[in-house]
Design a protein around this ligand. Sequence first.
Ligand code: CTP
Length: 453
Amino acid sequence: MSNILIGVSGGIAAYKTPALARIFIKAGHSVRFMMTEEAARFIGPLTLAAVSGRRVSFSGGEEDSPVSHIELAKWADLCLVAPATANTIGKYASGVADSPFLSVLLALGCPVAFAPAMNCNMLSHPAVRSNIERIKSWGAHIIEPDEGDLACGDTGKGRMKDPEKIADAVLNILGERPVESVAPEMSAGDTEPETPEADGDKVKDILEEFGGRTLEEYLDNDETEEESLEGFAAGRPLEGLKILVTAGPTREYIDPVRYISNRSSGKMGYAVAHAALDMGADVTLVSGETGLVSRVPDTVIAVSGRDMAEAVEKRVSEYDILIMAAAVADYAPESAAPEKIKKEGERLSLELVKTKDILKEASLNKKEGQIFIGFAAETEDLEKNALKKLFEKNLDIIVANDVSRKDIGFDSDFNDVKLFFRDGKVSETGKRSKKDIAGIIVTEGAILAGGGK
Ligand code: CTP
């Protein structure tokens, strides 16, 4: 069996790499990841570490493996760069080694394959074409991208090939059996892997394949790479961690039959609560009225902002992590009219008063070691507004998304968010399933909280 080194450079297609690793691992190969700093903006090093069972090299993140670039290059029987950006291909074609990632590429003594992913105009640019031809002439394998809708909104050639097709090509280079025989549920004819949701499921499958170790064991484990991460992500890595999650909209009643609310469906918050539950955390979900089915045994329905504030205030001090995904009304009638308001006069004015900012209030009594995560739904100035909320509400992470986009957010099963951390780190998830994003949010929160017990 072979040692396959997957080099992830900074493209949105990075989200497909866990699925790729799974195919190789299922086929009995060993996988290691190295990633550029740019790639860490698209996929968390921890996700890749969990999938491969080994620390990731060169992301610039905490999870960096201390394995030197020469050791890594010697270890590999084949190196696959996926996604391969125009920048990485260009630098490799020019023999540039201005990062450990590129140094590994130049130090390799094994076959190397590139799966390019970029905008169609970039791909057809003569500079990029000639770089690709150049590296091909040295023996590099190019796994040509497909035509289709691109992340930037254009349509054309530039989409990274689907994981099973890339895996097919790689196993071919290694002279091995085709993918179908090792991963029948991901055969080439299967259209499911097209969707990010399907990829999210694959990631989950992968995580489930490693058993045993808790997140804390992983975090405490200093024995560098090899088996150090193996298995932490499966089982119940967050056992012992108490997580309070809020979800959904609030309803602010005007009278017994009318209320003011918002477009929140609750899907993101429910996905977060379920992800935490599935990882073994002790979860309480405080939810507005959503119509969704909660799998969390301790689910509390809080209809109005006031109900939600009460429910959170009462509990928050006992939790390690608070994740406020609820869309709480900012203004509400001071009190609801006791009887249905009758139709009289041509106009009706409603007077609304500011509600309590639950997160801000909770942060005033935030205990040492507690981790608070907020959401920022924005239609403009995403970064500026998100950072303002991060500091004003004394949060550790703020998850920001652009709610003006029609393809994500509110009622969608997908989202595309940026995580702003207190220390200035920013990571982008790219468009993917809410389930997948929920796993990332919970994992990042758990790492800050120091893992399960
Ligand atoms: N939040 C809260 N209590 C409120 C309003 C919001 O706890 N009364 C929380 C939300 O759950 C979210 C974060 O604060 O985690 C940001 O919510 P958002 O609606 O984006 O921002 P606001 O603070 O309400 O500011 P604005 O509406 O002006 O953008």
